[in-house]
Design a protein around this ligand. Structure first.
Ligand code: FE2
Length: 449
């Protein structure tokens, strides 16, 4: 039982430590989340003049033999030269590029014709500064939908006029198919995406070097050394808490079984001691009360729970020897003879004999044999004195005397509380162990006995 108590204490202490660690961990993790959220929400900018290598943009003609051509039927009265441009975005960071936009400022008169895989946000300004704008997926549109911007058709080809001061914004494909957004980091060996678009103009060359690349990086709460630490810590704590819960559950179950077994033992012993008490000359249930007082003394002496239980069980059986004493002697209301008294005294040795083979109630035999010994050596059956008398017997002697004095007997009324205290004080060091008397007097005061 003490081990169960110890285990429960250990579980309690560990639970407090884990709870404290969990609180600290949660507070630290909240700080980590705030930091990551701030990092993820930060808008970053790269221009052609930037020196950062975290994200890089390169816009250049694709340069293939068939990637440049001349167009006659422009509907403009003059021919145009077409060119396919590649737009290369590289994510050199080791984290995900969650989102990005590329604004290209136009410095030459030209005509945007096609683009892939994302969409283009067109911004056209007239001489008064009035803006026309529309976002178009140039590979999947209806001409009738182009209501927000100026355009013309050169045969089957769409021509969206742009001039110096206008700008276009490439909006990457977010379907996940092209891998444009989110754009993986360099650790994935795929931190680059190539987009394409076709532009016409008269000269066949365009200045597309003026751009603004906006992007946001994304770090998972659980990535990196710090994130890994939190993940391992939370998982570890969860595992430890689960283990503690299992151990606690098993301990409680064991404790319940232990308590049940204790009650069964107690009831069984109660039946046995009632057999002897039923023959007793002054009361029934004397042994149960005596055992209860003995346990109070044991607790007061600071014994652990297991020893207190032992004291209780041993005290329950201390008068078992009465079973062998004739009832006419035990129930005699008049003064008993010397011969009868010598028979009564044998309940100690008879009881010890009866309990000889009891092994799992330590000191039960000693309790039966010595509980009528007196501290000054004038008791029976062996006339032991002082510390020669086992502690269990010295305890029961006090408890036994208290019960005898606190109930009515056939030949006298019970003593008052003060009279009992006086008797104990008078007989401390002679009949009773003075230390135990002192403790019991305290118990009487504390428990209002
Ligand atoms: Fe006795």
């Amino acid at each position: 039982m003490d081990r169960i108590g110890f285990i429960k204490k250990v579980i309690k202490v560990l639970s407090i430590i884990i709870a404290a660690f969990l609180v600290i961990l949660i507070i630290a993790f909240i700080g980590h989340v705030v930091k990551i959220n701030k990092f993820n929400a930060t808008e970053r900018l790269v221009t052609a003049d930037s020196t950062t290598t975290e994200a890089m943009v390169d816009i250049h003609p694709r340069g293939g033999v068939t990637d440049t051509w001349e167009k006659e039927n422009t509907g403009l009265g003059y021919k145009l030269n077409a060119k396919i441009y590649e737009l290369v975005v590289t994510n050199n960071s080791q984290t995900l590029m969650e989102d990005w936009r590329l604004k290209i400022n136009i410095h030459d008169t030209c005509y945007l014709n096609n683009g892939w895989c994302g969409s283009f946000e067109i911004h056209q300004f007239d001489e008064n500064g009035t803006e026309k704008t529309q976002t178009v997926d140039l590979r999947n549109y209806n001409v009738s939908d182009l209501t927000g911007i100026d355009y013309s058709m050169g045969g089957q080809d769409l021509l969206i006029p742009l001039k110096s001061g206008d700008y276009i914004v490439y909006i990457p494909d977010a379907s996940g198919v092209s891998g444009e957004v989110p754009l993986k980091g360099s650790l994935d060996f795929s931190g680059m995406v190539v987009c394409g678009f076709i532009v016409y103009n008269r000269a066949g060359n365009l200045d597309l070097s003026d751009y603004e690349f906006n992007y946001r990086l994304h770090v998972s709460y659980w990535s990196g050394a710090e994130g890994g630490f939190y993940m391992v810590s939370f998982l570890g704590l969860a595992l430890i808490m689960l283990l503690l819960a299992v151990v606690f559950f098993m301990t409680v179950q064991f404790e319940e079984r232990f308590i049940l077994q204790g009650k069964i033992v107690e009831e069984a012993l109660g039946v046995v001691c009632n057999l002897s008490d039923s023959k007793d000359y002054y009361s029934k249930e004397h042994s149960v009360r005596c055992a209860k007082y003995s346990r109070m003394i044991a607790e007061k002496l600071g014994m652990d729970k297991s020893d207190c239980d032992t004291v209780y069980y041993a005290a329950l059986l201390h008068n078992i020897g009465n079973y062998y004493i004739p009832e006419q002697i035990l129930r005699k209301t008049g003064k008993i003879t010397t011969e009868e008294y010598s028979i009564v005294k044998t309940h100690t040795t008879k009881g010890a004999e009866f309990l000889r083979d009891v092994q799992h109630i330590p000191h039960a035999q000693e309790a039966a044999l010595y509980h009528h010994e007196r501290y000054d050596g004038t008791g029976y059956p062996l006339g032991k004195k002082g510390d020669e008398i086992p502690l269990i017997a010295r305890i029961i002697a006090v408890a036994d005397a208290y019960d005898a004095m606190s109930i009515d007997r056939p030949y006298r009324k019970k003593l008052t509380r003060d009279q009992i205290r006086e008797e104990f004080i008078k007989n401390r060091g002679t009949q009773f162990d003075p230390l135990i008397v002192g403790e019991f007097l305290d118990i009487m005061g504390e428990r209002n006995l």
